[in-house]
Design a protein around this ligand. Structure first.
Ligand SMILES: [Mg+2]
Length: 271
């Protein structure tokens, strides 16, 4: 049993849905927790969507969510950039995620910041070389998330972190990363929830981003054995507070306060 929890931060891909398929019980789990008064946030490293479009997408799948609860890496990166009040930026990002950056002055020729998100079809020789030359002239580099590889859309793909790493190595410029496991996004979620660290739990399928980030930030974590989870993840140095077979087991973990931790079915406590 997770005591004192009043808010849940959900990863989306691999927890609620994966490759476009909603996990059985996921919609009900969200609704049950909402009705029980839990504060919910949905924190994803994906960047192609804005928070508005990702919310619309989740609603179309049957989830009861609000745009104010959804934090995509593109939204979070725009918030990060706003703190820095940039003179201008070049946002290397495709899709609706780009909408999040409409308040910034875009400048491909002499930007103060190069922001790299999922630019898929435009990660080509010319664009990457252009970015490299700008970095060598002093532009700052921001990565929306550090993930190297992603499977959430079907076939395995290079993710944002791989392209940012390439630019870092070639230019010698260190990037600032925003998405999980970086603390910025956890702070953003927590502040927005109005709760303390010991009142919030992160639920995710990726030990190196969801669980690592939660622990570094100082909140409890639940690993679900769905999505990108692999058995070898359990050998990692990072140990989640609980491990569940799927999101279906989460409601019991958060609400059955008469069951002792050691007796909790489907849950396994480390150490
Ligand atoms: Mg995930």
């Amino acid at each position: 049993m997770l005591h004192g929890i009043r808010g849940v931060i959900f990863d989306i891909d691999g927890v609620l849905e994966y490759q476009g398929q909603v996990y059985p019980g996921a919609i009900d789990a969200i609704e049950t927790l909402r009705q029980k008064g839990f504060v919910l946030r949905f924190l994803t490293n994906s960047t192609l969507h804005s928070r508005q479009s990702r919310t619309a997408n989740l609603i179309a799948m049957g989830f009861h969510v609000f745009a104010g609860e959804v934090i995509t890496a593109s939204y979070a990166t725009a918030r990060y950039l706003r703190h820095r009040n940039p003179r201008s930026c070049w946002v290397m990002l495709e899709g609706e995620g780009l909408d999040e950056f409409s308040a910034f002055r875009q400048d491909m020729e002499n930007p103060e910041y190069i922001v790299v998100g999922d630019n898929r079809s435009k990660f080509d020789f010319d664009h990457l070389n252009h970015a490299l030359r700008l970095l060598l002239k002093g532009a700052k580099l921001v990565g929306t998330n550090p993930d190297l590889v992603d499977n959430s859309r079907g076939a395995t793909e290079l993710n944002v972190g791989a392209w940012v790493r390439l630019l870092e190595v070639a230019s010698g410029v260190r990037a600032a990363y925003v998405g999980k496991p970086q603390p910025f996004v956890f702070e953003l979620a927590l502040t927005d929830m109005g709760l303390d660290k010991d009142q919030v739990v992160m639920v995710g399928d990726r030990i190196q981003s969801d669980i690592r980030g939660a622990q570094a930030f100082g909140i409890r974590s639940v690993l679900v054995k769905t999505g990108e989870f692999q058995v070898g993840d359990l050998d990692a140095d990072i140990k989640p507070d609980f491990i569940l077979d799927s999101i279906t087991d989460l409601v019991g973990l958060l609400t059955k306060n008469t069951v002792k931790r050691s007796q909790q079915p489907g849950a396994w406590r480390n150490g």
